[in-house]
Design a protein around this ligand. Structure first.
Ligand SMILES: CC(C)(COP(=O)(O)OP(=O)(O)OC[C@H]1O[C@@H](n2cnc3c(N)ncnc32)[C@H](O)[C@@H]1OP(=O)(O)O)[C@@H](O)C(=O)NCCC(=O)NCCS
Length: 227
């Protein structure tokens, strides 16, 4: 098992952690992807089966690359996903690794996306030793862009998302990037913001998974669990 699987990132003030997705996250994940406000800047709502398909792709990202989106766990409750993902799109800035986030609306505006993104950037630059991280969003998605700006990412350009039809208002995207050197020169530290990055889940009884994390080693088994 890749040792990074056990990585837990916490924001102590809000009792939130980033951890690997677990079977009990399925209902919240489906709920999130059926919410029109969450999907405002995505092409449509997802059916439960489509959500399971996305969970499987998240696990494949972990298995292939040793990183992927985490589950945002707020005092034991699934709040959304956030983390790093390999960009498999045919875009000028690929190959690249992107920062992504998506939360259930009742968890918005509490700083969770910003604090989690700071932890994910630290993980990407300091643990994975990546040179650059990117983030992108539909041009009109000001909430998402605000998070990118608050963590210090810089607007680079607009681009057309290759998977979205030319006639769609969602096609036009904006690209933000950050380099490792910029991360190290940022005017604040994660601990200034209450974000810590740790290795062990053993003492977190409220967030301890009910299934062993190593069970995710087999993607087919994951699919069975979530179906
Ligand atoms: C984008 C998202 C993850 C942000 O989560 P969040 O936890 O609410 O983010 P934070 O609380 O850390 O920060 C949100 C910021 O956006 C600001 N904001 C809220 N509404 C806004 C708006 N309409 N226009 C501009 N900024 C806005 C908030 O004020 C806050 O900034 P501030 O701290 O300077 O006040 C969440 O809204 C979401 O899941 N959206 C749907 C999915 C999505 O679009 N994901 C991104 C795809 S690229």
């Amino acid at each position: 098992m890749n040792e990074l699987y056990d990585r837990v990132v916490s924001h102590a003030a809000q009792g939130s952690v980033l951890r690997r997705l677990l079977p009990q996250d399925r209902a919240g994940f489906v709920e999130m992807n059926r919410d029109a406000s969450v999907r405002k800047y995505f092409p449509g709502l997802l059916t439960p089966d489509e959500s399971v398909g996305e969970i499987v792709r998240i696990e494949q990202n972990w298995q292939t690359h040793g990183f992927g989106p985490w589950s945002v766990d707020v005092r034991g409750e699934f709040a959304g996903i956030l983390g790093l993902k390999w960009v498999s799109l045919d875009v000028p800035f690929a190959p690249a690794v992107e920062l992504l986030y998506r939360l259930i609306p009742r968890f918005w505006d509490q700083g969770l996306a910003t604090e989690g993104s700071l932890a994910a950037l630290e993980f990407g630059f300091c643990e994975l030793r990546l040179d650059t991280l990117v983030a992108f969003a539909v041009e009109a998605n000001t909430r998402s862009r605000r998070v990118m700006e608050k963590v210090g990412m810089v607007y680079r350009s607009g681009f057309d998302h290759p998977s979205i039809p030319e006639t769609s208002p969602l096609r036009r995207h904006v690209l933000y990037t950050m380099k490792r050197a910029d991360w190290h020169q940022r005017p604040f530290t994660n601990s200034d913001r209450g974000v810590t990055i740790g290795r062990s889940m053993q003492n977190r009884s409220s967030t301890r998974p009910t299934a062993p994390v190593s069970s995710f080693d087999d993607v087919r088994q994951v699919q069975d669990w979530y179906s």
